[in-house]
Ligand binder design. Structure first.
Ligand SMILES: NC(=O)c1ccc[n+]([C@@H]2O[C@H](COP(=O)([O-])OP(=O)(O)OC[C@H]3O[C@@H](n4cnc5c(N)ncnc54)[C@H](O)[C@@H]3O)[C@@H](O)[C@H]2O)c1
Length: 434
């Protein structure tokens, strides 16, 4: 896999959680692919046919692609110019200034500039702020005199898959193509870019670059906001002594205009920053920041709830077991996880924090070590591995007899955000105490 092909069909710059599955998917459809990353360890893993992170069914796929020799790798962004089509799948974090951080994209473009030629296609697959595709087109013309829609093709084709579902969704989610076209109707860049993505079975929808950018970030804004509402309701219910799960049931049950989601930790690398790409030029400044504040407050809200229910209202010296470090269930992705924020807040309360997560790369303790004599148990990620009956039984057997169980996801099924371990018993679980 490491030997470079003479002329790859497509180059993918950034072999992260988006770029690597995309590179494998193109290779699986018969294209020769050059994958580029500056992370040498990642390249070594890919060159050896090994996934550097978890993605459903990707272990088998990378082994197959490796066997067929359709994916080569390089550390040099300039090598991408060997291919006619260059797809940028680099990270686009946000600055704390509420502004897109385009440094990786700018740096890759600068590496590519001397090597670009007429006929090249440049696809921005990363999530970007509105106006970025037009900026890139303008940058190429200004720096190299290559006009988008005439000499080169420039498009935003946003990645819309969810972590863990890449290989299923690449063939089903409509593929949005927002190409920069020349004002004289020139070279039909949209059609050119669409031909690349026709490798997949998903329908292709052509639009303008800015509409593609808005559609991508607003899909995530909708989710981020939808989850903030039950999280805010959870906090309001605590204030009024109400049960959020019962209120949600009252809202949704047989009501045609219901549909509120369940509370939980709402974060991850996309949701936590994509809204800032809208907020940087918002017509309602602060609205989405308030949404973010609600979701970001959930760990603090839980810590306050734990303190209120603890002897002398303190967590100082109390053992808190945190189950799950990933940003959501059934992923090993810890980036921008609120579980990490929870751990930091608990440590600042001088709690004795133990963590177990069977999926993540960070070292954690075993379930038994984590639960042993814990005063508080928090379900921070709703992994299927925390099977409800077995986990409740383990809490009953290992944690302190009066342990507080904190479960904003209702993953364990007690239908209470804060419940004492003995309140889990009536739910049909045999609790054995050692
Ligand atoms: N992760 C998701 O589920 C997801 C879903 C949809 C969209 N997106 C968007 O896709 C983009 C990529 O996200 P990701 O999660 O794959 O990021 P990532 O951080 O996992 O991957 C980026 C990769 O690019 C490499 N890289 C950075 N700068 C480089 C450079 N100058 N030269 C070569 N390699 C370089 C990094 O080493 C890394 O491997 C982001 O814009 C993100 O918002 C992500």
């Amino acid at each position: 896999m490491s030997a470079a092909h003479d002329t790859p069909d497509v180059a993918i710059v950034g072999l992260g959680r988006v770029g690597l599955p995309l590179a494998l998917s193109f290779a699986d459809r018969g294209l020769t692919v050059l994958g580029i990353d500056r992370d040498g360890e990642r390249l070594d893993a890919v060159a050896a046919g090994r996934m550097p992170f978890q993605e459903t069914d990707a272990d088998e796929l990378i082994a197959q692609v490796h066997k067929r020799g359709r994916l080569s790798v390089s550390e040099r962004v300039a090598d991408a110019a060997q291919a006619d089509a260059i797809v940028l799948t680099l990270g686009t974090p946000s600055f704390s200034h509420i502004e897109i951080d385009m440094r990786d994209i700018r740096s890759a473009l600068d590496d590519l500039l001397p090597h670009l030629r007429p006929g090249h296609t440049i696809v921005l697959r990363s999530t970007i702020a509105p106006g970025t595709t037009d900026f890139v087109a303008g940058y190429l013309e200004r720096q190299r005199g290559l006009r988008a829609g005439v000499e080169v093709h420039v498009a935003h084709v946003p990645e819309r898959i969810a972590t863990g579902k890449f290989l299923a969704e690449i063939d089903t989610l409509p593929c949005i193509v927002g190409a920069v076209e020349s004002s004289d109707g020139g070279s039909a860049s949209g059609e050119q870019v669409a031909r690349l993505f026709e490798a997949f079975d998903a329908p292709i929808v052509q639009t303008t670059p800015v509409q593609a950018e808005l559609a991508k970030i607003w899909a995530n804004i909708v989710r981020y906001t939808q989850f903030a509402l039950p999280n805010l309701l959870m906090m309001d219910c605590e204030q009024y002594g109400a049960n959020v799960f019962e209120v949600i049931d009252l809202i949704n049950r047989d009501y045609p205009r219901g549909g509120i989601a369940q509370p939980g930790f709402t974060a991850g690398t996309c949701l936590r920053k994509d809204f800032t790409f809208s907020e940087e030029r918002s017509n309602a400044p602060g609205m989405l920041l308030a949404v973010s504040r609600v979701n970001e407050s959930v760990p603090h809200f839980l810590v306050q709830g734990m303190k209120r229910r603890s002897p002398e209202q303190t967590l100082n010296g109390r053992k808190v077991a945190v189950l799950g470090l990933a940003f959501k269930g059934d992923t090993d992705d810890e980036r921008d996880s609120l579980a990490h924020k929870l751990v930091r807040l608990l440590e600042r309360e001088l709690a004795d924090v133990a963590v177990h997560d069977p999926l993540v790369a960070s070292p954690t303790q075993t379930l038994e070590e984590t639960l042993h004599e814990a005063n508080v148990v928090v379900v921070a990620a709703n992994h299927a591995a925390f099977e409800p009956r077995a986990t409740r039984a383990a809490v009953g057997a290992l944690a302190a007899p009066d342990a507080l169980v904190v479960d904003p996801w209702n993953h364990l099924g007690s239908a209470q955000v804060f419940a004492f371990a003995d309140e889990l018993i009536p739910l049909g679980v045999e609790v054995r105490r050692s």
